[in-house]
Design a protein around this ligand. Structure first.
Ligand code: ARG
Ligand code: ZN
Length: 850
């Protein structure tokens, strides 16, 4: 069945309170639930409680055996009055729950994941986000197996009973069922505290296995920073006396914002310089902040229905982006966010799985935790802030939190609060919620003496089910840079293109102007600027906006790459000069240099071509890397040498020099494999940190040199006990750029440490291979067949994770006829598989284009 946004109806029954009683066991857990239900409005419909793979052992209404039946997975209970106490009892089997939704076992502990629809795998309940309840929870279990018992809110009472013990907790804040969480296991806390600005002392704990305690310091520091930042930036304080984070090694996603009890993938908690890269450290801080910020944007104000998912996710991503920018380098953060958007969201928006930020329909909601809902949703919020300015935006979010506290709200409610607080009409901007597809914008500047005219035009491409689009309001930050002086000759201004085309005039110019546009990536559009020869090179050297400067260098490389991939002759000298100037610049820091000179990925190059030719793209990118490596070997060698900051130094500066170091190494190895392999081995052997070590390993993994095998073995032996590092070992091989990549990956699947049961491990091979364009799109079609085998195998274990492996096959329209046929053949094989999950079925059938 397909769910449609237009079909929303308020719930028939409310559940103001629920009491849960868990008798915990790894094999079997018994759950008794007591629901206080209230009829919502004048209807005579029965109470319908969602279930998933559970059977009622008993159902009582007001203490009496109830009149009930099953309608599929739904428990239908006859309730006579307007208010009743409904009790149910079920048995669930955590150890055999391989979907990792609901209550499941991981490394001997029990934990939960309920968003979006996992709570119905624990007990019968109206499992929808607009039913908010007060939770009282009792947990009983074996003391030795589960010394620690945690759930949402505050502990009230504990007690012992022989080898067993129990705890009772209460969460004072009404919440939807998707925010329920329970954890039971042998865990140890990193304990700390934070005092809010109004004086509430909050106990903070990060719970992990004892051996992992030394690796929790970074996450704890990030948590405290997040709490302070949200007070400062959004006026949001924490609201309970206790905040717990638990790290779990088997987890479908990154982390989960359950009220007062966040559950995290260990990958986003554990870090020290020897086992985590600088990127890992940054991601941990980002995800800790993200989940913490959900306490207001998600928990205090939640979503009315799952079509409104971006209400909490888009906004919370925007909030975590602000946190990372403020606590690190804003320019590098912006570049990073745009790179993610272009790598994942743009292809989604132009393919068969395109959907709007507020989708209109879904079959399986888990398939809509996408880059569009999250990252394009964040861009939409950013555009609102750009248009309103920081003060009115903040007044708007204050009003939003105040007006909807304790409610389940909609995206329209959010915009209304911004409008009411600012007096600015945002009606037109709301098109970004409903229209999918990345707008294509063209720009050109015609100058005549002191006057220049900027011509802008836009089209919004058709997406599945929506052939015709309206023009979008597109906020573009624009400035003009003097061609001779390199100075801003027209200061930055905000131009809002809100029709199919428009012109903007600049005058009083006393020299030829260069167009600097979409500065800071103010709008998530695909922008093509008509430029004179030499313009990009000058902008690369002088644009006053760091993002635009990065963009100019990237575009310079991109134009050469596209020409080269199409077999055209193009002049590489401007690229060499721009990259060389960047490397030699005294104004740019190492982190920015690294971002600027890293060539666009093969997939992003493909997105710019009419037909993706994976072999030609790979060849062109290799030639570019080799040319840069050979021509700028002095600059690159010194960046590689000087990049050796001590691993314990996690300052932006040290992180930047390390990033530039491994990128420089990569160029050098492209120019001279033997010298590169030697240099990589030295970096690998001398590394006192994972960033340098894995950076060198990444370079070696693509080379056909004896150093490669030796380094892979040494890395494996050194980190054999650490699953998160073993994931890196798998990932680095799945990403390697080698003619025999597929054979290598086939071997990885046969490795004793490979398993379909652990999502991180599965993603480290299948997820990464799906992004290895050259290998996946091998002309034989073997890459498609292999990925499909993995999807089908994974689907039997964990449909949610399997479904996320499908999108690379959905890009078939972008390739030549032969590859198209081969890809479609595999998608058809998936769809025809008996017993397929609805998760994978939805993704594969939509990918074929129904
Ligand atoms: N709300 C979580 C977040 O912070 C993601 C949970 C998604 N879970 C899922 N089963 N799809 O983004
Ligand atoms: Zn989130």
């Amino acid at each position: 069945t397909e769910f449609r946004r237009q079909d929303y109806r308020p719930p028939d029954w409310l559940v103001p309170a629920i009491a849960l009683d868990f008798d915990l066991g790894i094999e079997t857990t018994r759950v008794k639930a007591t629901l206080t239900v209230e009829r919502n409005g004048g209807h005579d419909r029965p109470l319908r409680l969602d279930g998933d793979e559970i059977q009622p052992l008993a159902v009582r209404v007001d203490g009496q055996d109830a009149d009930w039946s099953m309608d599929g997975d739904t428990l239908v209970v006859a309730v006579a009055g307007d208010r009743a106490r409904v009790e149910t009892e079920v048995a669930i089997y955590p150890a055999s729950n391989s979907k990792l939704m609901g209550l499941y076992a991981s490394n001997g502990m029990l934990c939960t994941q309920c968003e979006a629809e996992g709570f119905r795998r624990i007990t019968f309940f109206p499992d929808r986000p607009d039913v908010l309840s007060r939770y009282a929870v009792r947990m009983t279990g074996d003391k030795a197996a589960f010394p620690i018992l945690l759930t949402n809110g505050n502990p009230l009472r504990t007690g012992e009973d022989g080898a067993r013990h129990w705890a009772e907790w209460e969460d004072p804040f009404p919440k939807p069922s998707y925010l329920f969480a329970l954890v039971a296991g042998d865990l140890k806390p990193n304990h700390d505290s934070f005092t809010t600005r109004s004086g509430r002392k909050v106990d903070l704990n990060i719970w992990v296995r004892e051996a992992d305690l030394p690796r929790t310091g970074h996450a704890m520091a990030a948590l405290k920073q997040s709490m302070a930042w949200d007070e400062e930036t959004y006026g949001r304080e924490y609201d309970l006396d206790l905040f717990n984070i638990v790290a779990v090694s088997d987890f479908n996603m990154g982390a989960m914002e359950n009220k007062g009890l966040n559950v995290f993938n260990t990958a986003y908690v554990l870090a020290d310089p020897d086992t985590a890269t600088d990127t890992d450290f940054d991601n941990i801080a980002r995800v800790v902040a993200h989940e913490y910020f959900h306490n207001w944007s998600g928990n205090r104000v939640t979503c009315r229905d799952w079509f409104q998912l971006s209400l909490k996710e888009g906004f919370t991503v925007f909030r975590d982006q602000g946190f990372s920018a403020d606590t690190g380098s804003p320019a590098v953060k912006r570049i990073d966010d745009v790179r993610t958007l272009r790598a994942i969201q743009f292809p989604e928006d132009s393919g068969p799985l395109a959907h709007s930020v507020r989708p209109d329909s879904y079959v399986e909601i888990s398939n809509f935790y996408t880059a569009t809902v999250y990252n394009k949703g964040a861009e939409l919020i950013r555009m609102m802030r750009t248009i309103l300015g920081p003060d009115k935006f903040r007044a708007g979010t204050d009003l939003y939190f105040d007006r909807h506290d304790g409610e389940a709200a909609t995206c329209d409610d959010f915009v209304k609060a911004l409008e009411d607080a600012s007096g600015v009409d945002l009606t037109h901007l709301k098109l970004w919620y409903s229209q999918a597809g990345t707008p294509k914008v063209t720009a050109s500047l015609d100058q005549d003496g002191g006057t220049a005219v900027l011509k802008l035009a836009q089209t919004v491409p058709p997406t599945p089910g929506h052939p015709v689009k309206q023009p979008m309001p597109i906020p573009l930050k624009v400035a003009l840079i003097g061609e001779r002086s390199g100075a801003e000759i027209a200061p930055e201004r905000l131009v809002i293109l809100d029709a199919a085309d428009d012109t903007v005039e600049f005058d009083g110019l006393d020299e030829p102007a260069l167009l600097s546009i979409n500065r800071g990536f103010s709008a998530p559009v695909d922008l093509q600027v008509d430029r004179r020869a030499g313009e990009l090179e000058k902008l690369a050297a002088s644009d006053s906006d760091p993002f635009a400067r990065y963009e100019a260098i990237q575009e310079l490389m991109m134009r050469w790459l596209i020409a080269a991939a199409q077999g055209e002759v193009a002049d590489i000298e401007p690229v060499i000069r721009a990259v060389g100037d960047t490397l030699r610049s005294n104004q740019l820091d190492a982190a920015l240099k690294a971002e600027a000179i890293l060539p666009p990925s093969e997939a992003v190059i493909g997105d710019r071509m009419d037909r993706v030719d994976p072999d030609a793209i790979h060849g062109a990118r290799e030639r570019l890397r080799a040319a840069i490596g050979a021509r700028l070997s002095d600059e690159l060698s010194s960046a590689q040498r000087e990049g050796g900051a001590p691993g314990s130094d996690l300052s932006s500066r040290a992180k930047g020099t390390r990033r530039l170091r491994s990128i420089a190494l990569d160029f050098l190895a492209a120019a001279d494999a033997q010298a590169g392999a030697r240099l990589a081995k030295v970096q690998f052997d001398a590394a006192d940190n994972m960033t340098d070590r894995s950076g060198a390993l990444r370079v070696l993994a693509s080379l056909d040199m004896p150093e490669r095998v030796a380094a892979l073995e040494a890395f494996y032996r050194r980190h054999a006990d650490d699953p998160l590092v073993i994931d890196k070992w798998f990932g680095v091989q799945a990403m390697a750029q080698r003619p025999d990549a597929l054979d290598q990956v086939r071997e990885l699947i046969r490795h004793e440490r490979f398993t379909f049961a652990n999502p991180n491990r599965l993603r480290s091979v299948a997820g990464v291979f799906g992004m290895n364009q050259w290998a996946l799109h091998h002309a034989s079609g073997e890459g498609y067949r292999f990925l499909t085998d993995l999807i089908l195998e994974a689907d039997k274990v964990n449909p949610q994770v399997a479904a996320r492996m499908v999108p690379p096959l959905g890009r078939w329209k972008r390739f030549d006829d032969q590859r198209q046929a081969l890809m479609r053949e595999q998608l058809e094989r998936i769809v025809a598989t008996p017993g397929l999950s609805k998760d994978v079925h939805e993704q594969a059938s939509k990918s074929l284009g129904g």
